[in-house]
Write a protein that binds this ligand. Sequence first.
Ligand code: SF4
Ligand code: SF4
Length: 423
Amino acid sequence: MNPTLPPDAPDTTAPLSSTGQQQAAVRDLLTSCVHCGLCLEVCPTYQLSGDENNSPRGRLRLWREEAEGRLAADAWTAQYTEECVGCLACESACPANVPYGEILEQTRHAHVHGHRSQVPLSLRMIAQLVRCPRLFQAALLPARWLRSLGWWRHRQVFPGQPAVLESTANYARRLMTIHRPTGPRVALLTGCLMEALFREINFATVRVLIENNVQVIVPDDQGCCGAFQEHLGLDGIEAMRERNRTAFSANEVEAVVCNSSGCGLALSKGMTGQIPIRDVTSFLGELNLVTRLRSTNETRVYVDLPCHLVHGQKQPGIPDRVLDATGYRWELAPMARDCCGSGGTYHLQKPETSRDMLARKSAFLNTAAGDPVILATSNHVCLMQWHSAGHAGLVTRPYQVRHVIQLLDPGEDFTIRRSSATV
Ligand code: SF4
Ligand code: SF4
């Protein structure tokens, strides 16, 4: 039985916990916490609430006590589980290597199946839609069109000019035919929301890779990474992983590169032992990158590091040489390794706590040097969250949000530096 299910609830966590051994393994994981408390000071929900139950150590204790039958399966434990933003900062801080993210994923799923946590119908519908990428992209065509014209103003939809009709797969094929790069061969995960709404970032990724002599393959039959389902505790992740395993394995590539750290982390869980999954920034950090030349030094770029890059994928950050290649004066944003509150779907499910997390991080922008000021990161949901800071009145001066890859973008008119691509 799953440790977080009440005794009479159906244990329908398969295939995440499809065997007795796997369930026992999760139960064992709950015993790996040695209660040292070193994770408390990095946990945003504990920092905001001061409540031990709202900390990694507190949540692990509640889940373990339930699993061992010393605590009834009550609403409080489900609520404290929902309060967790899933930033995984506690994993980075933990000396005992407690796999908090893995336990959280299992627990969320069990709570949803045990009807202890509710997923709003609107999010369930989106979760269904993203399972069919073509349908999702078609459904958001009007949104892409409005964005491309600059007519869609929304607190979380940052400005941009995505292609309305042409897919990233087709665009990559077109550029590959024109430029014929000869360097490393990679596949690109386009992502569901990225491709449906923020496609201009995928296009920029293709241009940056090809400019640096990287061959880019974009499999048409790839699907969503499953992060949306994972955040919500819904079923169907294994089928989504299988689809991506098939799509990416069919191509002879050295790696699958991802331009969204959350998607990269989710994809990597389904590709263990297969093709390496690389964040595009760390992949580019190993190349002799083309450097952009800037005529002004008034612009200042503040770099925020996505939690799922540094705590999930355990990357040291975005490589300095990549940020140097943007040609801008840049520095890490204050609290760059702390969570901005986006948390995948957390900003939709817990908007008030999410806003409180963002308020702590974004206040510096009000007095930050630079004109213009750019907040750059490498996860589209974090970009949405940072953009919302202006609408929420947390940042009252003009600022822009950009994906790091957009700061490297050569634009449509570029040539390849053939000798640059060495990994
Ligand atoms: S994932 Fe983040 S919010 Fe959740 S317990 Fe760990 S540090 Fe706290
Ligand atoms: S740092 Fe690790 S071992 Fe220590 S209390 Fe937190 S989860 Fe438990």
